[in-house]
Design a protein around this ligand. Structure first.
Ligand SMILES: [Zn+2]
Length: 219
């Protein structure tokens, strides 16, 4: 009897291994390059998202349009983002949150885009597509930024997912309610789009943004 009791933890351990309980140890992820873009566009993947307002937009909210552009060098580049939105009032003081959401489903407007894209099951604002808050100047939101946790390829790619622009400011998880750690209490979704793969054209056509490193040309 004593022998069986001693062996029990070992038996349980063996069952554990067989059932795959230890399979979440780091697994080497081999990411295949998106083709043909990696060859055609100098090892770089580009994405675009054509922002449009929701159809049932409340009259108090601005009709925001424009693009959110993405660029990432395969396989080790940091994702770069250009936000270029217009349609806001010239004197607008409202900070508005922008986030990447899980689904590219806009069949019922921005609401069907699901929750914030959250592949690691962490609290907001730790999601890879939590872009933060933006205030317009002269009716325009124009920003260049880097998103180190988000990708345009591999298992955590944001391609095919949605960008959502919100009515209100993101509390960045500092609110006292549960919603703060899920979404940042940002109010209604007022504009959105689906991220799709594209050529370098839109990125290259956009004037260099403040903070953007301009590549040296061979003149
Ligand atoms: Zn979030």
């Amino acid at each position: 009897m004593e022998k069986i009791i001693l062996q029990l933890p070992l038996i349980l351990l063996a069952l554990h291994i067989q059932s795959g309980a230890f399979s979440d140890s780091p697994v080497l992820e081999i990411i295949e390059a998106p083709k043909p873009e990696v060859v055609e566009f100098n090892n770089t993947i580009y994405g675009t998202c054509e922002v449009t307002p929701v159809t049932n937009l409340p009259p108090s909210q601005p009709e925001i349009v424009g693009q959110v552009l993405f660029k990432q060098i395969f396989p080790n580049g940091t994702l770069e983002v250009k936000i270029n939105l217009r349609g806001l009032p010239a004197d607008d003081q409202q900070a508005r949150a922008i986030h990447i959401h899980q689904y590219g489903d806009l069949s019922q407007g921005c609401v069907t885009a699901g929750a914030h894209y959250n592949p690691q099951a962490v609290d907001h604002p730790g999601h890879p597509g939590d872009l933060g808050n933006f205030v317009s100047e002269q009716g325009v939101i124009r920003k260049f930024m880097r998103l180190p946790e988000a990708k345009l390829f591999g298992g955590h790619s944001v391609l095919g997912r949605a960008v959502v622009v919100y009515e209100k400011e993101d509390d960045l998880g500092m609110g006292s309610d549960e919603e703060s750690k899920l979404s940042g209490n940002t109010g209604e979704r007022i504009a959105c789009c689906v991220i799709g793969i594209t050529s370098p054209r839109l990125w290259q056509e956009t004037e260099p943004f403040p903070g953007e490193e301009v590549e040296e040309g061979n003149e």
